[in-house]
Design a binder for this molecule. Structure first.
Ligand code: C5P
Length: 238
């Protein structure tokens, strides 16, 4: 049985992308974003349980996409399930956690919107969780100069970017740590304030470490991001 699970959260509406369809179903090179995102997981060296969290009214569609993606890989002991998401990202993660197999001791939470994430990054997160026992999140140094700006446009200050990291997914945790942190957050009313999994785990007092992320793990949020993903795929396979 697998000891690692990847929860692929794909239940968002993706309204900033400007499509009527939920983001995971928007086509990129004639394949839904979710299909691309699953390549990052099926391509891992580690044999994993995959839990896709889909919009409530699109579970059957997501199941068909997942089955189609699985068929591209020779994955005999494949554990793959699709569950309905929640109103918030955290709710969706909860629904995903409820599907974990008993054998799982490391959990990765991954945004389907980071559709071009290299599988090697997912394996690296697993290895780092195992090596440290910490929560592990990939991040990239911030290259732009970052200003704090008032509503009026007035500059309030420049942030020291040397201590900043733009964090990505998959975010990996020992299963017990993630579950304990979520219980703590629920008991202390912290769910509203902390939208990312790592913030929640750190807030509950557990160690979380940033490792080097990958430029291809960028999140497809806007139409420009989708265009960039399209160009990158064209460059890779014209
Ligand atoms: O909206 P945003 O792009 O930040 O969402 C990040 C990820 O969380 C996306 O992959 C989205 O599908 C997922 N999500 C979810 N359930 C929600 C809201 C967002 O699974 N209710």
């Amino acid at each position: 049985s697998p000891t690692v699970a990847v929860i692929v959260v794909a239940a968002g509406s993706g309204s900033r992308l400007g499509h009527a369809e939920p983001k995971a179903f928007v086509l990129l090179h004639m394949r839904p974003l979710l299909d691309h995102a699953l390549d990052s997981i099926f391509g891992m060296n580690e044999t994993v349980q995959i839990i896709v969290v889909a919009p409530g009214d699109r579970v059957a569609d997501a199941r068909a996409i997942a089955a189609h993606a699985a068929a591209r890989y020779a994955a005999p002991e494949l554990a793959l399930s699709v569950v309905a998401g929640g109103r918030t990202r955290q709710g969706s993660v909860d629904h995903g956690l409820s599907a974990l197999l008993p054998s799982i001791d490391v959990v990765l939470v991954h945004d389907a919107a980071r559709a071009l994430t290299p599988a090697a990054l997912c394996d690296k997160v697993v290895a780092a969780v195992r090596a440290t026992g910490h929560g592990i999140i990939p991040g990239l140094p911030v290259v732009d100069t970052i200003k704090r700006v008032a509503d009026s446009g007035a500059i309030l200050g420049t942030v020291d970017r040397s201590e900043l990291s733009a964090v990505q997914t998959p975010q990996g945790f020992p299963r017990a740590m993630l579950v304990a942190a979520r219980t703590w957050a629920a008991a202390n009313g912290r769910f509203e304030a902390l939208t990312d999994d790592a913030a929640l785990v750190a807030d509950a007092g557990h160690p979380v470490t940033v490792i080097a992320g990958h430029p291809l793990a960028f999140k497809i949020t806007t139409p420009e991001d989708l265009e960039r993903a399209d160009l990158l795929l064209h460059a890779a396979a014209p």
